[in-house]
Structures are given as structure tokens and as C-alpha cells.
Design a protein around this ligand. Structure first.
Ligand SMILES: NC(=O)c1ccc[n+]([C@@H]2O[C@H](COP(=O)([O-])OP(=O)(O)OC[C@H]3O[C@@H](n4cnc5c(N)ncnc54)[C@H](O)[C@@H]3O)[C@@H](O)[C@H]2O)c1
Length: 418
């Protein structure tokens, strides 16, 4: 779809809704390239976060909003909106931004139902605005390399793929048991929240529509019935804490992991904030006694129109925090874990190994976050430059995740109509 361009001789003026972790990543591009991207308003419910980000970019008082409805009723001049709020706050601000004629960069998942996703795409088409979805894997050099090898045709056609999204135990207990993504109705089913990127990647490299899916999984472990004898509501005073692999004391205080998102108000230290959290906050709770309801393991199988079959396993019970992919093709195979990529050819028996070890550790998803927002700015300013995943294309991965949930809950294989 074509949309109205913005003159390339000035920065794209962007409004940020939700000044959390993701917004900071994308705004690093504005810090490095102020001539191309300029934040002109920050909408954020948390005073500390709003003012910190607004101060950093010199956003005037008139461009600081607590509520996005205030922004839409009293807007400052802008070209685009970045929506990086929690996923239950995507649809409403996105529809309002589309209505108001802004181009939008929307964090995944698009919305909380397939109908809402379609409504956004429909309105965007009608209003002639671009709605780009943040599928960062399409900008990540390791995943781009896989796509290039497949597209070159040198290994023939894809027959099947086994893909593993290793969420990892620490990320899972932090985000999906104690944290923001623990309840499906408040955010989304876990497959959509965590793995819509993986499904998008699989559709991207195979290039064939999905026709059949089935899915299995449940909340098997992180529930009260599995709490060890003698354990208590909070890790901080739990007598069996020292033997628990999911201890919040160990994760946040001993290992200092997953602590960057805790706000530290002026006059307080991070340690004081962590101690308060352990005593009173959601992140200090026993993993067996939270109000979580999303799955802790799930398998999705897909059959494509061209008879390729795919499996995606979302694994929580592992220390790995990576994606592993094994692609079986007619003339060879590709296997990788983000650190290295092995390409084997059947006829010669040769194996080529690409090393991504250093890159895998580099910030901003190996630079993918910055390339993604640059692509968005290019799409708005350069005629004929398409954004890699506009909402129309991203919708299919979302449909599959919604249908996977239906299959998981009903125990049925779902046939997808085109
Ligand atoms: N593309 C990726 O790789 C990737 C990675 C992680 C998260 N995400 C997605 O990005 C989105 C944001 O995640 P995050 O990790 O940045 O979360 P976050 O909690 O760090 O940031 C969200 C911010 O939105 C603010 N907020 C909440 N309600 C608001 C409202 N009504 N108006 C304005 N601001 C509001 C919160 O105070 C918070 O500062 C989620 O949809 C998440 O799934 C994407």
C-alpha cells in the first residue's frame, strides 16, 4: 500500500506513547540521528519515565502527556506515533492515531484479537497511513542470513522445519509468572506475546500460506499445587528459598538479573527499590502463588499450502534464552542457535559454519532495533521504500497464534481459510 511521504529535508516528528523499555531502544536512533528522527511528545502514565525521556530529548512541557486521549484532543504537530505500551493498550491508541492520520510504528502484538488486528489494517488502508509492526527478527543479521540462504535456492526447497523458542527460566518467571505478561486476558496468550515473531519468521522464510494448525500446552508447573512444603508467599522470608531455582532473592539480589526495568526514584537506591519489591511488590512473590494463567510450555505444528510442515516449541524450562532452528531442505540442511549457523550440502557433504557469537551478544537485538526504526523513517521519507512488516503482512502470524490458542483449548486441528 502506498502512503503519503514526509519531506526528507527535516526530521520525522514522532510522538512516543509508552516510555518504557522498547521506546528507549528505538529512541536510541533519534539520539544518534537527530537529523532524521525527533521525539516531539511523550505520552506516559509514569511521571518519572515521562519526564526522564522528555528531558533527554528536550521535549517541551506542552509535549508531555499523562493520557493519550489528551494528546489526541490537544496534539502537538507530528508525523508519526510510536506505540510501545503494554499490549492491552495497543488497539485503542492505534485506532485513534490512524483516525488522526498519523503513520504508526506499533509494537507487537498488534492487538488482543484477530478482529482488532483486521480493523487496524482496514482503517490504515482507508486513511492511507503506514502501520509498521516491530518484528525485529526481520532486521537481525543472523535471521536475515537464513532468509538469504533459502532465497538463493542453493539448498532447494524446504520440506520441514523444527524451531525452538527457548524463553528461558529467568525471563519466564520474571515476565510470564510474576510480571506484566502473566495473565492472558490482561495481555495476550503467551504464544502470541512471545512467539508472534517466531511465527512471522517461519512464514517469512517459507513464503507459503498456512493451511492447518494444531497446538498443545498448559500451565503445568507454576501453580499452587506444586508449591514445596514449607514455602511461603514471598521469597524474602521463605524457609526453603535457598533450594528454590525460581527465587526472586537469587534472581534480583544475588545474580542482579532482570533489574533494569525497576524504576529508581530520586533519593532512593536500586537496592532499596529491590528490597521494597521483594517485600511488597509483584516481583517478590512465590512463583507457585501468583495470579498467573498463561501456559508454561506450548507446541505448535503447522502445515503449509505447499506441504511444508513446521513445528514451533516454546520452551520455558531451560537456561537457554535463544532461538534454535533446523531447516530440512531437498538439497541440504541449515541448523543454527543464533550463535552459529551450520549449512550442510548433501551432494558434497560439505559444511559451512557462520559465526554469530559476538553479534549475538551485541545490544539492541544485535542492532536490529535500530535498523527497524531506520527502515520506518526511510519508508516515510523515501518514495518507493517499503517497510519490511506492515500490518497487512504481520496479521497472518497473529491469526495463527490466535488459532493456536483455539486449538490448544479445544483439542482440535484448525483448518485456516484463505
Ligand atoms: N519487538 C520486540 O522485540 C519486543 C520486545 C519486548 C517487548 N515488546 C513489546 O513492546 C511493548 C512494550 O513492552 P516494554 O517491554 O517496553 O514494556 P514496559 O513496561 O517497559 O513499557 C511500557 C510503558 O508503557 C507505559 N504505559 C502503560 N499504560 C500507558 C498508557 N495508558 N499511556 C501511556 N503509557 C502507558 C508504562 O508505564 C511503561 O512505561 C509490549 O507490547 C511488548 O510485548 C516487543
Amino acid at each position: 500500500m502506498d502512503h503519503q511521504r514526509i519531506p526528507a529535508d527535516r526530521p520525522v516528528r514522532i510522538v512516543v506513547i509508552g516510555a518504557g523499555n522498547r521506546a528507549h531502544k528505538y529512541l536510541e536512533y533519534a539520539r544518534r540521528h537527530p537529523e532524521r528522527l525527533q521525539p516531539v511528545a511523550i505520552v506516559e502514565t509514569n511521571d518519572l519515565r515521562r519526564n526522564e525521556l522528555a528531558d533527554r530529548f528536550g521535549v517541551a512541557e506542552s509535549g508531555r502527556y499523562n493520557d493519550y486521549n489528551d494528546f489526541f484532543s490537544r496534539p502537538v504537530a507530528a508525523d508519526a506515533v510510536l506505540i510501545a505500551t503494554p499490549e492491552n493498550i495497543h488497539f485503542d491508541p492505534c485506532m485513534k492515531a490512524v483516525e488522526a492520520g498519523y503513520h504508526i510504528l506499533l509494537e507487537k502484538p498488534i492487538a488482543q484479537s484477530y478482529d482488532e488486528c483486521r480493523a487496524i489494517a482496514r482503517q490504515a488502508r482507508k486513511r492511507g497511513v503506514l502501520v509498521g509492526i516491530c518484528h525485529v527478527l526481520r532486521y537481525h543479521p543472523y535471521f536475515v542470513k537464513i532468509k538469504q540462504i533459502i532465497d538463493s535456492g542453493e539448498l532447494g526447497e524446504i520440506i520441514s522445519i523444527n524451531h525452538v523458542s527457548a524463553v528461558g527460566i529467568d525471563r519466564a518467571t520474571h515476565g510470564y509468572v510474576r510480571g506484566l505478561w502473566r495473565r492472558a486476558e490482561a495481555t495476550n496468550p503467551m504464544l502470541l506475546a512471545k512467539c508472534c515473531h517466531d511465527v512471522d519468521f517461519l512464514l517469512w522464510i517459507t513464503g507459503s500460506p498456512c493451511r492447518k494448525i494444531s497446538s498443545f500446552g498448559s500451565l503445568r508447573w507454576f501453580r499452587t499445587a506444586n508449591a514445596p512444603q514449607g514455602s511461603t508467599e514471598r521469597c524474602i522470608d521463605c524457609p526453603v528459598e535457598s533450594n528454590c531455582p525460581y527465587s526472586a532473592v537469587d534472581l534480583y539480589c544475588n545474580r542482579r538479573d532482570w533489574i533494569s526495568n525497576f524504576d529508581v526514584p530520586h533519593g532512593k537506591s536500586l537496592d532499596e527499590v529491590l528490597m521494597e519489591e521483594l517485600k511488597q511488590g509483584p516481583y517478590g512473590r512465590c512463583v507457585y502463588r501468583c495470579d498467573n494463567n498463561v501456559v508454561d510450555h506450548q507446541l505448535l505444528t503447522m502445515e503449509l499450502e505447499n506441504e511444508t510442515i513446521l513445528s514451533l516449541s516454546m520452551d520455558v524450562f531451560t537456561q537457554d534464552d535463544c532461538r534454535r532452528t533446523h531447516i530440512k531442505m531437498t538439497h541440504g540442511e541449515i541448523f543454527g542457535d543464533e550463535k552459529s549457523l551450520h549449512v550442510r550440502r548433501f551432494r558434497s557433504g560439505s559444511e559451512q559454519i557462520c559465526d554469530f557469537e559476538k553479534l549475538a551478544k551485541s545490544p539492541f537485538h544485535a542492532g536490529a532495533d535500530l535498523r527497524l526504526i531506520e527502515d520506518f523513517v526511510d519508508a516515510l521519507t523515501r518514495p518507493g521504500h517499503p517497510f519490511r512488516t506492515a500490518v497487512e503482512e504481520s496479521i497472518e502470524s497473529h491469526r495463527i497464534c490466535f488459532e493456536a490458542e483455539r486449538s490448544r483449548l479445544s483439542g482440535k486441528t484448525i483448518l485456516l481459510q484463505s
